[in-house]
Design a protein around this ligand. Structure first.
Ligand SMILES: C[S@@+](CC[C@H](N)C(=O)[O-])C[C@H]1O[C@@H](n2cnc3c(N)ncnc32)[C@H](O)[C@@H]1O
Length: 354
């Protein structure tokens, strides 16, 4: 049995404490609770266990041992589950909560597309499940320097990989820019391949990606076989000009030309994505000649014309660029005069390949 959960939780900068138990001992303790017939005894034993966990009494824990029989639980979650047992009004209800806790210690239940242990889903508070992502600041740890104009925040590939890949899966990012996706691959133990048109950018990305220490045996450049997650973060048409290359999507001569180039890139990469797996498209809209140009929805329609179904549209808050921050009042004035709203969001479209 694999204790996948805590390895992934560790990879998330969380700051939550965990308690480490001897698995057999804990299972024994919980089965004792589950077979109690007297609710007062059950409550006393639970209270005692909770007290020892809250104080981190080494007697219930492992005494620093770290063999294969150690199970790690998030301290705040296990403590609140024990409180729930204490608050149960009937012995049946209390035993039901004990059984649920026991299951999380004994078994790992994961789906086909990620490593989330569904028996311990409460511990994954870092994983977002809402369609509105308000991420106050970018992750700037390790090799994430944020030097590239037009990059996305590392939390985007991070969240997508936790939800839609397993450790060792392959992630493909054909607009890899500064390598944000590949840095996250190294952190989370996913193999990654990135394609970038601009050689100078690709070279800098390569150097940085390899500066990111990885405790996993993963490859972050060589592609072998199918991919299990496709992430595309194309230029938002000509909002930023990335190069003079005619193949650069930021040089498309019109909105329809841009969508056509995006669709060609998608057609290039779709064959390597396994059926049933996910594609995350990160894109924002633009404003041109007094009109809102919904690049995101145009691209979404192009994807839906192909063999994909739509799973989610996530709206994510948009980091203000420094230029915009400095000219905040001017932009507000322009918005009032021009009858438009200032962009504060972009989209993450989630598709499943059929
Ligand atoms: C929005 S940026 C991606 C940024 C990236 N997510 C990051 O965090 O650094 C889009 C990238 O696509 C590249 N690009 C544009 N057209 C391309 C093409 N046809 N093939 C590959 N890359 C392309 C640009 O040079 C740019 O680096």
């Amino acid at each position: 049995m694999r204790d996948t959960l805590f390895e992934d939780i560790e990879a998330v900068p969380s700051g939550y404490g965990s308690v480490h138990f001897d698995r057999d001992e804990l299972i024994h303790l919980l089965s004792e609770l589950r077979t109690q017939e007297d609710i007062a005894v059950l409550r006393n034993k639970t209270r005692e266990l909770k007290r020892r966990i809250d104080l981190c009494d080494p007697a219930v824990l492992t005494d620093g041992r770290s063999d294969g029989n150690v199970v790690s639980l998030r301290k705040d979650v296990v403590s609140s589950e024990l409180s729930q047992i204490l608050e149960a009004r009937t012995i049946e209800r209390a035993k039901y909560y004990v059984k649920r806790l026991e299951l999380g210690v004994k078994k790992v239940k994961t789906s086909a597309i990620n490593d989330i242990n569904l028996h311990r889903w409460k511990e994954y508070t870092e994983i977002i499940t809402d369609s509105l992502w308000v991420l106050p600041k970018r992750d700037t740890t390790g090799a994430h320097l944020g030097w590239y104009w037009g990059n996305f925040i590392p939390q985007i590939p991070h969240q997508l990989m936790l939800r839609y890949t397993k450790r060792g899966d392959w992630v493909l990012d054909p607009f890899v820019g500064s390598g944000t996706t590949l840095i996250e691959c190294r952190r989370l133990g996913r193999n990654g391949i990135g394609i970038e048109l601009n050689e100078a950018v690709a070279q800098r990305a390569r150097e940085l990606v390899h500066k990111e220490k990885s405790r996993h045996q993963v490859k972050t450049e060589i592609f072998a076989g199918d991919a299990q997650l496709l992430i595309m973060h194309p230029p938002y048409h000509d909002i930023i000009s990335f190069s003079d290359d005619a193949n650069d999507l930021s040089n498309a001569d019109s909105t329809s030309g841009f969508v056509r180039m995006f669709a060609e890139a998608l057609d290039n990469w779709t064959p390597v994505l396994e059926c049933g797996r996910y594609f995350g498209l990160v894109i924002g809209d633009k404003y041109s000649k007094g009109e809102w140009v919904p690049l995101g929805f145009h691209c979404m329609n192009a994807v839906l014309d192909r063999q994909y179904s739509l799973k989610s549209i996530i709206v994510k808050n948009f980091d203000e660029t420094r230029a915009k921050r400095e000219q905040k009042q001017l932009w507000r004035y322009r918005a009032l005069v021009g009858g438009f709203y200032i962009f504060k969001h972009e989209y993450i479209f989630l598709f499943r390949k059929n």
